[in-house]
Unconditional design. Structure first.
Lengths: 168, 763
């Protein structure tokens, strides 16, 4: 047994302090310490992507990061995706396209897709497939997921245009 | 049975509303089994066997129990001896005696990963440390890894009390022999112009759900237990756990959590009784969650198999005889799906003369569990490849050949009465008429393959209640785990009958104390059987509401007609009264209304699928690239077409993984070498093309809405379709899954060597 460390991080926009053992993964800290159970454990080896979160804007498997490593970092989980009154375009498109069946992989896919669209607002189908290849889904065959990400990208681009137009 | 509501014209059925449980799932709020936590909860871990086959000589818990934070440890000795009998559970049979031994080994371990002991401690890391401190002395025995090795005379015996009818009192690894016969196969083969005979081997594969098994058990001192877990069948968890623990069914409540995939693999139990027993010993809630390695090593994969098929056809393309020998790996305990495989293998075809022998064989691998159309995919890989070859011999289009021999209404089944209205022909025609089939495939090393599949679908028991709320909205409660969007379908059926918008119906899945008995979510049965219960429960609510409307209007119920969400007096002398309006008057006219129905559903309508794939084989690496894929499937009636497509696409993806990549890889000691998702290689986003779907709707006459069920048959055709496509690409008949690069390369090199030898000889 090892002593716990105090970690300071920004989780879903909120400055957050939590205690964790050095051997606890970020995933375990999120789920068991902070009670953010939206990130899922599928493998603990970084192969399935169900635990994907964003750390400082990058999609990362939270099972491969130790809790103390996120000291001072900005973490976004699936719980931080929607705002108070509206779903994120990705969440909305996943619902419209029936992109989830059991839903266990969905949080990870949403986070990987968010990271993709932030660096590439207009991805091609192969680019989407490449960006999501670290996330396994066993229910859908990916078809409806790829379509949802394509349409969410379109919505976000249009919203971006709208915002730009409103500013000008 | 009545054909449909609103004279067959639907308002809700066939539309694509957003699923009711969707928001919680995209926001990370939905609670899956591993998300449950209770004050004072302990965490459990299991010790698992490193040997494939060994006798346990002793277990020493002293050091483990001495570790601070360890609260209890149980072994097989702590489980009562369960009854040795066969019981139906979901699509498979189960024997509680063996089930108990599978949950915790009693005196022998029978596969790498077989559970031996379970520890409860204050946190999962301490439990893990304690597991490493348990000392077990083994007498290692020779592992029996294949059906050939297990069926050989003098093979090491796994279960010394296993007997089969044919071998009398002899010790054996063959648990059961199934045989189906019709006509005269010798005469049949004599009349054939072409006979093809081949041997196929398929590798053991896993369902591969992303969520590992989990359970939280809470045992109270009054003897009442509650289990929270992700399962396909809460009622089955209850009855199986009761049998393994030796306590009454009524003492256990099972609360089904959201489930992260199952595909058949979560129709049985592993951790559930252990969580209860550890809770009983410690007085605290105990949570057990498997790692991925444990899921792969020790939960039900489906059988690897050896299948020999001989089939004969006359020049005009009529199949005249078929003979099949098939042996399926059951895993450590009896119960492979070979019986189902035997009944599926030639199910789409009318063949007058046939003999099918199927053997259920125990081997030192994990006990198999149901996997989407259990047994049928292995079988179709063999038969649909031969069918393709026979079509070639007869010079016929592969779909025309299938259509010529295909089953229709009235055709004989392998067992049971003749088929009722079925959609095999329509499904094949849908592929034949598809843009994909009509398109030309050009390019080197490219090929196109087609295959079909059959699955029975299942009925079984379901219960449903429909509650009318005071504002005229409704809730629909069932006991069927929603594994792929079935709550939306249940709400849609309710909304259709009640004439409400689908957003006015809240669907929910209840625990085992809150709804009548409901069998597993499996056998493609939820939309069919639970949908039938929901339909009848909604009709029951309408009947009761009609009586209330009659009270309000002071006329007889038979003078009232219900349509479009409102009650109308047949005489037309009163303004229509909407459910919302009547709902306000329920308190004063006799109290709340709950429509109820329970069914043991008859009238199951079998499902057929046909899959078309285009592949390109890399001549240097033998990697098979999937270029295009289309599936047609008979849904009977698609309640929510998006989720029907989802089942078709998901099953296809699993079938493609089975075809190309997935396999259990054991070394010669019987140790599983690919215990992670990097090495147990399921298809990723990059491996698959879009999966085009054609929903065929040949209504099932045995269901009020025509539903057949769509969950399973989509997995059946892909391995054979891929094998046929590979043949048309490179001229090699693959008779082994997975058709992975090393296996295909070997055949390609053999073929090249033979061709070189031939051209050298010609020179």
């Amino acid at each position: 047994m090892s002593r716990k460390t105090l970690v300071d991080a920004i989780v879903n926009g909120e400055p957050t302090e939590f205690l964790c053992e050095p051997r606890q993964s970020l995933l375990e800290c999120l789920r068991d310490v902070l009670e953010l159970t939206g990130s899922k454990e599928g493998c603990l080896t970084g192969d399935c992507g169900a635990c994907t979160v964003m750390i400082d804007g990058r999609a990362v498997c939270s099972c491969l990061v130790f809790g103390p490593e996120v000291q001072g970092k900005r973490i976004t989980t699936v719980e931080g995706l929607a705002d108070a009154t509206r779903l994120h375009a990705l969440q909305q498109q996943f619902l419209e396209h029936a992109s989830l069946q059991c839903g266990i992989c969905t949080p990870g896919f949403l986070m990987s897709a968010k990271a993709l669209l932030e660096r590439n607002p207009n991805p091609t189908e192969p680019e989407i497939r490449y960006a999501l290849a670290g996330n396994l889904c066993r229910c859908t065959g990916y078809d409806k997921i790829v379509r949802a990400v394509t349409d969410a990208a379109k919505t976000l681009r249009e919203e971006g245009h709208d915002r730009a137009a409103a500013r000008s | 049975m009545a054909a449909a509501t609103n004279n067959g014209h639907f308002k809700v059925i066939g539309t694509r509303p957003i699923r009711h449980d969707g928001i919680d799932k995209v926001m990370g709020r939905a609670k899956y089994g591993a998300d449950y936590a209770f004050p004072g909860m302990l965490h459990g871990k299991l010790l698992r066997s490193p040997h494939a086959h060994a006798r346990i000589k002793s277990i020493n818990l002293t050091k483990a129990l001495a570790l601070p934070g360890v609260k209890a440890i149980i072994t097989g000795k702590d489980l009562p001896k369960a009854e040795n009998k066969l019981e139906q559970s979901g699509e498979m049979t189960v024997n509680p005696y063996y089930l108990s031994m599978n949950i915790l080994a009693h005196d022998k371990v029978l596969y790498d990963g077989h559970a031996i002991a379970a520890v409860a401690a204050t946190n999962p890391h301490i439990a893990e440390e304690a597991v490493r401190l348990i000392e077990v002395e083994y007498e290692v025995l020779p592992p029996v890894m294949t059906v050939d090795a297990a069926m050989k005379p003098g093979a090491p015996i796994l279960l010394h009390d296993l007997r089969n009818k044919e071998e009398g009192n002899k010790e054996t690894n063959v648990a059961q022999h199934h045989q189906f016969k019709r006509g005269d196969i010798e005469a049949g083969f004599k009349s054939a112009d072409f006979i093809i005979e081949r041997e196929f081997n398929t590798a053991m594969v896993h369902q591969g759900y992303i969520e590992p098994h989990n359970a939280v058990g809470i045992y109270n001192t009054d003897g009442q237990a509650t289990i929270y877990c992700s399962t396909q069948g809460a009622f089955d968890v209850r009855s199986l756990s009761a049998q393994v623990l030796g306590i009454a069914v009524g003492k256990i409540k099972v609360v089904p959590a959201e489930i992260g995939g199952g595909f058949g693999g979560k129709t049985t139990i592993y951790l559930e009784p252990l969580s209860v027993l550890l809770s009983k010993m410690t007085g605290a809630p105990v949570k057990l969650v498997m790692t991925r390695g444990e899921v792969l090593r020790a939960t039900g994969p489906t059988s690897g198999s050896k299948i020999k098929v001989k089939m004969g056809a006359t020049k005009d393309g009529t199949i005249v005889a078929a003979q099949v020998w098939m042996a399926y790996e059951a895993g450590a305990y009896p119960g492979s799906p070979v019986g189902a495989g035997a009944m599926c293998i030639i199910a789409p075809y009318t063949i007058e003369n046939l003999q099918i022998d199927g053997y259920d064989v125990v081997v030192n691998r994990p006990k198999t569990a149901a996997y989407r159309a259990p047994g049928a995919t292995n079988a179709a890989f063999a038969s649909e490849t031969i069918i393709d070859e026979l079509a070639d011999k007869c010079g016929m289009d592969p779909l025309d050949f299938r259509l010529k021999n295909g089953v229709k209404e009235g055709s004989a089944q392998v067992v049971g009465p003749p088929f009722k209205r079925i959609g095999f022909v329509e499904t094949c025609e849908a592929i034949k008429n598809s843009e994909h089939y009509k398109s030309k495939l050009t390019g080197k090393n490219r090929g196109r393959g087609v295959a079909t599949g059959f699955w029975f679908n299942a009925g079984m028991q379901s219960s449903a209640t429909v509650n009318i709320h005071t504002d005229g909205t409704a809730s629909v409660v069932t006991g069927s785990t929603d594994i792929g969007g079935s709550r939306a379908a249940m709400a849609m059926i309710t909304a259709e009958v009640l004439g409400l918008p689908v957003t006015d119906v809240r669907p929910l899945v209840a625990d085992t104390d809150s709804i009548g008995h409901t069998d597993v979510t499996g056998g493609s049965r939820v939309t069919f059987a639970t949908g039938m219960a929901v339909y009848e429960a909604a009709q029951d609510a309408i009947k009761q509401l009609t009586e209330r409307a009659a009270k309000v209007w002071e006329i007889k119920p038979d003078q009232i007609e219900f349509r479009d969400g409102a009650f109308h007096s047949k005489a037309g002398d009163k303004p229509p009264m909407a459910i919302k309006e009547l709902a306000k008057r329920l308190a004063r006219t006799g109290g709340p209304i709950t429509g109820r129905a329970s069914v043991n559903a008859r009238g199951v309508g079998p499902g057929f699928a046909a899959t078309l794939v285009d592949v390109e084989v890399d001549p240097d690496t033998a990697k098979v690239k999937l270029l295009r894929c289309t599936i047609a499937q008979d849904a009977g009636r698609a309640i929510h077409p998006s989720y029907v497509e989802g089942q078709m696409q998901g099953g296809t993806a699993q079938g493609l993984g089975w075809a190309l990549n997935e396999e259990y890889f054991y070394d010669d000691k019987g140790t599983l070498r690919n215990t992670g998702l990097l090495d147990y290689r399921m298809p990723t986003c990059l491996d698959l093309p879009m999966i085009e779907t054609i929903i065929v709707e040949v209504p099932n006459p045995g269901h009020p809405l025509g539903v057949r069920g769509v969950g399973e048959v989509s997995i059946v055709p892909p391995p054979a379709a891929v094998a046929n496509a590979i043949f048309h690409a490179v001229g090699i008949r693959m008779m082994e899954t997975p058709m992975s690069p090393p296996k295909l390369m070997k055949e390609m090199l053999k073929k090249r060597a033979a061709e070189n030898a031939q051209s050298a000889a010609a020179d």
